[in-house]
Ligand binder design. Structure first.
Ligand code: 1PR
Length: 541
């Protein structure tokens, strides 16, 4: 009998969905006795090493898990499920299971953004692949087992594949007998991931036995991490109450022609969220983003249609899903208080991989600055990152250009001012509630504040460029990118495939997102990827 181990945090729903999709049945480990009945076991985990170990230990499952693995019965550990096999983690005070010698360490962010997020290649240590075979899998983590065969020769016997990120080579999968672990997420790696999972479940995954002592691998000139192309769906209820994908121009999502029944025109309807999401999955999108753009008005825990959309999307699409809108402390209509962590947990349980926080991130950084830069652990960013790991927390920023009068005193923000040759100058000011309210915070102050609080990624919109098709705001991207060490997703303004090439060639952003051109089928995702490859930029097939 196949069992799945859930440690209570992280997106296990996606793995369960993948296994069902592949036609296998499973049960959840409830008590330590279930380990006796298990003939194979999958332990998926996104999140934090410490939470995983603590949770397993409190439920009395840690020792039974170790015994199960040492018995040699089939085991598949994913991400944290692989990391716990090691002796220790820099992320945690609690030791790991100690089955593989060596530590789990943090990536260095001297030469690259951390977390490592995206599709990277995985190279077997003992089997030579033909040149044109390069399988990409989806990674999302800040900590890894660095590949140091001379220092940990016994651990090197376990190593199965390695992957290069920046100038570091880490172990991307381990295997000994029937014990297998991957740092990447097969359940989020599209067809390649499902095929790998299926092979393991059927017992047909070929084993590679080391042919001799393992030695260090030379660094490639370029790592295999691809630039991600993300399709974004802004979702809201239309005037009839149906959830639709809409799209604004500079955040105005109503048709220009006014209807008698509404203040402005009708809400633009570009399609149904699931149908569009399936189209983008089939078209090769690397990631999907669903933003509930009016959820600042009410509690998303009452917003069952959005949760239902996430559930169905996660059942059908096996790539990462980011869900945003209304991730904050709320009070239900019956007076029940709901912490942001609880709201986020509902989305993770429904199948989201990351949550995106907008307005609440601005308020959190304002509070942080009022305390003189001292974090107190209470913000939505901190509580969610603590439970699910920082890679699960995206902050969506909605900046707008604020023009500067000649001679205006901008204090320390002067270094953030963009000046054009005709003398026009502006800085980027943050907004909340979908651009409806401007706050006294610059985009750099916000980006650095959320990084300090524990955000794992920035989704960088531009109200000025949204829906215009004029291209990404390259000054804005470069400014934020050089201010933080976490990955930045470029958003707003894409009008052609060449705009993506421009963004990646002229700034170091890790991903680029578009909405309107994909919804209206003006540019295809495959066209964007071809343009990137022609320009020598890594893109997943
Ligand atoms: O504040 O935590 O409830 O989150 C609300 C979320 O909804 C935020 O992420 C905010 O950016 C988003 N949002 C709110 N109002 C709007 C609106 O359009 N009226 N949409 C909105 C933001 C921007 C991008 C868009 C890109 C690409 N949408 O998501 O998809 O600009 O568009 P393009 O390629 O067509 O140019 P909270």
């Amino acid at each position: 009998m196949l069992f799945l181990l859930d440690y209570g945090a992280g997106n296990v729903t996606s793995l369960a969905n993948s296994i069902r999709k592949l036609g296998h049945q499973f049960r959840w480990i409830e008590t330590s006795a279930d380990f006796e009945a298990a003939t194979s076991l999958v332990f998926p985990g996104v999140g934090a090493f410490e939470s995983a170990i603590q949770h397993l230990s409190h439920r009395g499952l840690l020792e039974p898990l170790r015994k199960y693995i040492l018995s040699g019965r089939p085991y598949f550990g994913i991400c944290i499920g692989m990391q716990v096999l090691y002796q220790s983690s820099e992320e945690s005070r609690s030791p790991g299971l100690g089955i593989i010698p060596g530590p789990i360490e943090r990536f260095s962010d001297n030469d690259k953004a951390v977390p490592h997020i995206g599709w990277n290649s995985s190279q077997p240590l003992d089997v030579l692949l033909p040149q044109d075979v390069c399988t990409h899998f989806y990674f999302v983590h800040s900590y890894c087992a660095k590949y140091k065969p001379e220092k940990f020769p016994e651990a090197a016997q376990w190593a199965h594949t390695t992957t290069q990120y920046g100038e570091e080579i880490f172990v991307s999968s381990v295997r000994k007998g029937d014990v297998f672990g991957t740092q990447f997420h097969p359940e989020k790696s599209g067809g390649a991931g499902l095929a790998l999972l299926d092979a393991w479940l059927r017992g047909t995954l070929p084993a590679h036995e080391p042919e001799g002592p393992r030695v260090s691998r030379p660094l490639n000139l370029k790592h295999g991490l691809t630039k991600r192309i993300i399709a974004c769906m802004d979702v809201r209820a239309n005037d009839e109450g149906d959830l639709v994908v809409t799209k604004g121009d500079q955040y105005d999502v109503r048709e220009r022609v006014a209807l008698a029944a509404t203040a402005g025109g009708a809400v633009r309807n570009l399609g149904k969220p699931i149908a569009l999401a399936e189209r983008y999955y089939d078209a090769g999108a690397d990631e999907l983003c669903l933003l509930n753009i009016t959820s600042f008005r009410h509690s998303p825990l009452q917003d069952q249609p959005m949760l239902a959309v996430v559930r169905v999307a996660a059942e059908r699409l096996f790539i990462p899903l980011t869900i945003g809108g209304g991730i904050k402390d709320t009070i239900d209509p019956d007076g029940t208080p709901r912490a942001a962590l609880e709201v986020a947990s509902a989305y993770f349980r429904a199948g989201a991989d990351k949550v995106s926080i907008g307005s609440e991130a601005v308020y959190a950084v304002e509070r942080l600055r009022a305390r003189g830069g001292v974090a107190d652990g209470t913000s939505a960013i901190e509580t969610i990152a603590h439970a699910y790991g920082r890679q699960a927390v995206v902050v969506s920023i909605d900046p707008r250009r604020t023009f500067v009068d000649p001679g205006e005193d901008l204090g320390s923000r002067v270094s953030e001012v963009v000046r054009t040759t005709d003398g026009t100058a502006w800085w980027y000011q943050c907004t909340v509630s979908g651009g409806r309210e401007t706050r006294p915070l610059s985009v750099v102050e916000l980006a650095q504040g959320v990084e300090m609080l524990g955000a794992g990624e920035i989704l960088l919109n531009s109200i000025d460029r949204d829906g215009t098709g004029l291209g990404f705001d390259l000054d804005l991207l470069a400014l934020v990118k050089r201010s933080v060490r976490i990955p930045v997703v470029a958003s707003s303004g894409a009008g052609s495939a060449s705009h993506f090439v421009e963004a990646f060639a002229q700034t170091d952003v890790e991903a680029a997102l578009a909405a309107g051109i994909f919804h209206r089928d003006e540019v295809k995702i495959s066209e964007v990827k071809e343009a990137l490859r022609s320009a020598g930029i890594n893109a997943r097939q």
